[in-house]
Ligand binder design. Sequence first.
Ligand code: NIG
Ligand code: FE
Length: 413
Amino acid sequence: MADPPEGPVRRLLVRDLAQLATPAGTGAPLRGGALAEVEVVEDAYVLVGGETIERVGRMRDLAPIAGDVEEVDGRGLSAIPGLVDCHTHPAFAGDRANEFALRAAGATYEELLAAGGGILSTTRATRAAGAEVLTAIVARHRDAMLEHGTTTFEGKSGYGLDRDTELAQLEAVRSAGGIPTWLGAHAVPSEHADADAYVDWAVDEVLPHAAKVAVAADVFVERGTFDAEQARRYLLACRAAGLALRLHGDQLSEIGAVPLAVELGARSVDHLEATGRGGIAALAASNVVGVLLPIAALYLARPMPPARELVDAGAAIALATDFNPGSAFCESLPVVCTLACTQLGLSPEAALIACTVNAAHVVGFDDRGRLARGQRADLVLLAAPDWRHLAYHLAGDVVHTVIQAGRVVVSRA
Ligand code: NIG
Ligand code: FE
């Protein structure tokens, strides 16, 4: 076969890996017993051609490779698929260190938002920053995520709440290589009379533009922000504009986000710290993925979401950081995996599946999340011979090498 015009396919061989671990099976999202099924290969290799995985196997079965091959020494390391962070808010300016201190002294997240702080204080800083600064900020956070093994990230808007800043955030996420989600209904900015008036305005004035950049829409369903009726109106308009649907639901109170997500066929409902038995059963009977964000629960000292109950009931789950300046200032999916195993009652296997193949499904990709032939060549090499150090080493320096679409982008060799 003739070479493509750019020349021969670049080959990369990751060899002599102590271990390789990948979600078993095919398809997504995985639920129930499938959340325990991780395939582990000892003394393994991964052969990459261009941006894609060509072969995965045991060193002793490695057939000779024709042509030039770049090699990565995997001795003492374990390989997992590149991590997928399916829920982040990276397009913000300023910080909330002051509110962090106020919360440490006893103020609550809801009180700060009701007093014009919280999301609204980040909105003021983000509006003032301008598109160029936002682009640089998102790229910086993307680099921090990569250092922690995240090779695909979703990034939300929601700190502009005016047309130009919302669009600048979406563009900033896209230009950093992220998957943009329009979080047009995150809070009600002061220039609008109330949540109903704001939803009308956002749908009329921002949605037609946002739908050209974003792949999904999201809404914060909560007391003091948007109720289920307002969320339905917003999401129906977004669905009609071709966007996939996501919801922030049951974070602080259970006011109808899960039934709405199920009714509208949303991709996911995220948070679920306050979800009760009815919500668990409804999610389990649906195709909506429950995205669990244990850093947000930890950071706000809230109860953890009912992860074990969701899994036992048969719901599909994913895990994400929720990286944002207010409730989860942390870019690390390995930390999320540690919390999943220590606070949510999940196994290391379920944690890995939840932030790889299931998270990829939430973002809309079926070409990543597994180490298997034909998948995009996104790999994380961990600095340990047992892949479970991903969760076991709390906030450790566990990421050794990151390969994204066949290229080494982080290396501590
Ligand atoms: O997912 N809960 C709503 N939105 C974000 C927090 C945003 C912020 O506090 O800036 C979350 O936790
Ligand atoms: Fe969030």
